[in-house]
Design a binder for this molecule. Sequence first.
Ligand code: ATP
Length: 239
Amino acid sequence: MLTLSNLTTTYGPVRALDSVDLTVETGRITAVLGANGAGKTSLLRTVSGLVRPATGTVTLDGTDITGAPVESMVHRGMAHVPEGRGVIAELTVEENLRLGARGAAKRPSDAPAPVRTLDDAYRLFPVLGDRRNAQAHTLSGGERQMLVIARALLSRPTLLLLDEPSLGLAPRIVAQIFDLLRTLVADSGLTVLLVEQNARSALSIAHTGVVLNLGKVVVTESAEVLRNDATLRHSYLGF
Ligand code: ATP
């Protein structure tokens, strides 16, 4: 459904992405792995239109969306959860979620979506229901991560772009969030492009793993092969 073809993104002299080819299959989790500075965030930002590539194309469901304005992202069925868990700190959990739900107005009303209402979001993330009237700045890191994912899902995307959701979270919380993502994708057919430095956790739920190094794709494999091949893991993933 999402295809990147010969994609190169530069910041002045820096080549953050260098001739990247990648296919993200519908209803699957594709994990983009790699060290700090490998180009993972640039890849997501190029897909969602936050930065324009120097060359190459981004195709979504057969439509060339290269360089399309970022404002059209929600309408095209994409939701981007950037690194950093940005929420509006003074607003409550529910008020933050309502902001995400506003995006849904730009989507066809019959668009399939696992999370259509606030109640759906609270069923998926019960802790957010418990804390619906709490100001967002009082949440823990894990709760905040759940909030930004729930907020993104309320815009009814078919493609969810997630940047480093595990960063700084305790392993138990990471496992909880990743299990939820796995179930969501299995049950709803949502497509997820997951950027992670935490390769071990990402590969535990991904179908496909892609390793970036200095902006280039150096490995594309099924997650199962990457999990089981010690040589690949040691060479590229450090575990
Ligand atoms: P991280 O895990 O640190 O976010 P990453 O794999 O996501 O790393 P990117 O953030 O995409 O990598 O960075 C790729 C390269 O582009 C790095 O060399 C980085 O320093 C550079 N870069 C990223 N953003 C900018 C920018 N706005 N201006 C200049 N250089 C940038």
